[in-house]
Each structure stands twice: as structure tokens, then as C-alpha cells.
Design a protein around this ligand. Structure first.
Ligand code: FES
Length: 136
């Protein structure tokens, strides 16, 4: 094998190795499925008081629970489906944002911007006075 062929072979091998390594860890979604839950929180308690104001949000049982600008309480899995970071609520656009790589999810948990490709699980919220039941 001459020098040109040797370098060509080496270049292909390196590229192949890098591609294989990235396919194995860069794009693989390893997040476990969101849990099935059924719990009730009392927003008159201090740890949930953020929900009494538009834009406020809290975390409980792996779920992010948020109050929209119209006063609706919504809930989705707090775990980003890309690589498992914790999402935050953005009241301005009524969406959920993952600060690790920038994925965006709608109020119902649907992916609106990658790199995530799977939706956040949406939970049903039932409000009765100060009691907020989250289930699904
Ligand atoms: S962990 Fe990558 S976008 Fe959320």
C-alpha cells in the first residue's frame, strides 16, 4: 500500500469511528418513559404558592406544574425527552424550555423545536378550590 492509499484508508477509518461514537451517544434518546401519577397538591401551602400567580411553576413527583397567563394550570413531565434535563416554564410563550440544549415544548408537551424528537407526557389537571389534582 502506498502512502496515498494508506492515508485515505486512515481517514475513512477515523471518520467511521467518529460517526459510530456519535451515533452511540450524541443522538440516542435514553430518557425513560414518564411515570403514571395521581396526586393532589394544595396551592395554599407555601411550597406550591408559585402556582397562585401567572407564570409560576413548581415541580412535584417528576411533573412540572405551571400557571399560564390566563390562569389555567397545566402539567407535563419535567424530564426532557432528549437527554433528561429538567425543563422550565416560559410564561411569555406559554411553553416549556429545556436549558441544556434548547428544546422547546408546547403547553401540551408537544415538541416545537429540537433536538428533542419526542413529546413530554401531558397530565390531566383538575382544580377544586386550592386543591390541584394531577393525574395521567
Ligand atoms: S436534554 Fe437536550 S434538549 Fe433537553
Amino acid at each position: 500500500m502506498d502512502r496515498k492509499n494508506f492515508l485515505s484508508t486512515l481517514g475513512l477509518s477515523s471518520a467511521s469511528l467518529l460517526a459510530a461514537a456519535c451515533l452511540g451517544s450524541c443522538s440516542k434518546e435514553t430518557v425513560a418513559s414518564a411515570p403514571t401519577v395521581d396526586f393532589t397538591i394544595d396551592i395554599s401551602q407555601s411550597q406550591y404558592a408559585a402556582l397562585t400567580a401567572p407564570g409560576g411553576y413548581v415541580y412535584s413527583n417528576g411533573i412540572i406544574i405551571a400557571t399560564t397567563s390566563t390562569g389555567q394550570i397545566i402539567a407535563v413531565s419535567q424530564t426532557c425527552t432528549h437527554q433528561g434535563a429538567t425543563v422550565v416554564f416560559q410564561n411569555t410563550n406559554t411553553d416549556f424550555y429545556c436549558p441544556r440544549h434548547g428544546a422547546l415544548f408546547s403547553a401540551s408537551g408537544a415538541v416545537t423545536a429540537g433536538p428533542a424528537s419526542s413529546n413530554l407526557k401531558q397530565y390531566t389537571v383538575t382544580v377544586n378550590g386550592n386543591l390541584v389534582r394531577v393525574h395521567g
